[in-house]
Design a binder for this molecule. Structure first.
Ligand code: GLV
Ligand code: MN
Ligand code: MN
Length: 438
């Protein structure tokens, strides 16, 4: 056995495209354009089952943990060693594209096929993981499956967060046959894991515009999410003079503009603030909005700046509300810290790019990822592949070429096998370790 087989393995772009198309067909009926496959729904479970069937057919041991994460393990030659893993997620935002999360899952499926077909051996067990409920679109909180694995979310936390219909995460889990009270059993133990590397689409345009095929992620942004409630006074749009109004939507709109200005000012370089949803009540063209809820997402790679900016925006909202006679209250929804990924895993990916003769760029991730949540338990890294169409994501316009994805899979499998070949006790810089491929 040698990890030098890595470069000989070539992902099949057509097979990747075919799997992407299979998953894209699994969408809620009548949900509009793109793919809608929300967290902890029967459709998400069906997508996990499609992955599981593929892995079982390749002879892998497959199981679903209490969080709904699906795991497939290919045995290593030394069962005493901790696992090396890759994976991503299969749930989506409403009206999503085909690639966010799915790219990393089909990469895992293709790697399992390549290793099987070419009878490649590895020392460590190789695990392929599909995390449940990565998207925060349904419950506000992102990465529920990986947060549970990483010990960041407990059974008690699953009752508090609810979707737009008032369904809690725990209730949604029960509705798809999972037991939310048992999630402690899904928590990963550091001693069971050697390294984890996730492939994901970039969800930005840096790689495409710079014609670089691979991104090697060094840090992942955190996010603080909260709901602002504006309580004004509903009244007749014709009868109520402008100076006597307490318009909840006008106050919210002013906060949206202030949020944009705050994120753009020089103190907040790199901060991203988005109000992605406004619920206006009563929602009638002839009634002044009496109540409005705004959902805010603050992202940053600097954890202090992330939290300080969120607090500053809440203060600004209160000020705007006071000036307009609109009562403002803030409700925290979710909070995840940014992470810096370890350099020795990153260097294994860089090393894989060198072996494949590929240019790469070390870059941060503005989006959240499952990798972020398990990185406290297992040393982790990420491979980005280019997003086309100006880098749009969370949109049906999301696009990654199958050939570009195949290049990413080649790098990923090479990195996984390089990690497998590295000496167990040498988590230093790759160049300083006894790496079997160096
Ligand atoms: C995950 O897609 C995120 O919202 O960053
Ligand atoms: Mn994703
Ligand atoms: Mn996403």
């Amino acid at each position: 056995m040698s990890t030098a087989v890595g470069p000989q393995l070539r992902a099949d772009a057509d097979a990747l495209a075919a799997q992407i198309a299979e998953f894209a067909a699994m969408t809620e009926p009548d949900s509009g354009p793109g793919v809608t496959r929300l967290a902890y729904t029967p459709l998400e479970r069906a997508a996990h089952e499609h992955f599981a069937e593929h892995m079982r057919a390749l002879g892998l041991r497959v199981w679903t943990d209490a969080a709904g994460n699906t795991n497939a393990e290919r045995a290593g030659t030394d069962p005493s060693l901790p696992a090396i893993a890759t994976g991503s997620h299969l749930d989506s935002v409403p009206q999503a594209g085909r690639y966010d999360g799915i790219a990393g899952v089909v990469a895992a499926m293709e790697i399992a096929r390549l290793l099987h077909d070419q009878a490649i051996e590895h020392r460590h067990p190789l695990r392929f993981v599909v995390f449940a409920a990565e998207e925060g679109a349904r419950f506000g909180q992102a990465c529920t499956g990986s947060r549970i694995a990483g010990g960041l979310t407990t059974a008690a936390d699953l009752n508090g967060k609810r979707d737009g219909n008032g369904v809690s995460i725990a209730e949604a889990m029960r509705s798809v046959g999972l037991d939310p009270t048992a999630v402690e059993a899904a928590r990963w133990r550091p001693q069971d894991w050697r390294a984890f590397v996730e492939l994901h689409i970039e969800q930005g345009s840096v790689l495409d515009t710079s014609c670089v095929p691979i991104g090697v992620v060094d840090q992942i942004s955190g996010s603080t999410r909260f709901a602002l409630r504006f309580q004004g006074r509903a009244s007749h749009t014709g009868g109520t003079p402008m100076h006597l109004r307490a318009d909840a939507l006008a106050a919210a709109a002013q906060v949206v503009s202030a949020a944009e200005a705050l994120a753009k000012d020089s103190r907040h370089h790199g901060t991203r603030i988005t109000v992605g949803r406004l619920d206006v009540s009563p929602g009638s063209i002839t009634t002044i909005p009496g109540e409005c809820h705004a959902y805010v997402d603050v992202r940053d790679t600097d954890s202090d700046r992330q939290r300080e900016t969120a607090a500053e925006l809440v203060d600004i909202a209160h000020e705007i509300g006071r000036a307009r006679g609109v009562a403002v209250s803030a409700r925290p929804m979710a909070d995840a810290s940014p992470v810096v990924l370890p350099s020795w895993v990153r260097n294994a990916i860089v090393h894989a790019c060198h072996e494949r003769g590929l240019d790469y760029r070390v870059m941060p991730s503005g989006a959240s990822h499952d990798t972020q949540m398990i990185s406290g338990v297992v040393p982790a890294g990420m491979v980005f592949v280019p997003s086309l169409n100006h880098g749009v994501s969370h949109s049906p316009q999301e696009l990654t070429e199958a050939a570009d994805l195949a290049v990413g899979v080649d790098v990923l499998v090479t990195a996984l096998l390089a990690l497998d070949g590295m000496e167990h006790e040498s988590p230093g810089e790759l160049g300083e370790t006894r790496c079997m491929t160096c």
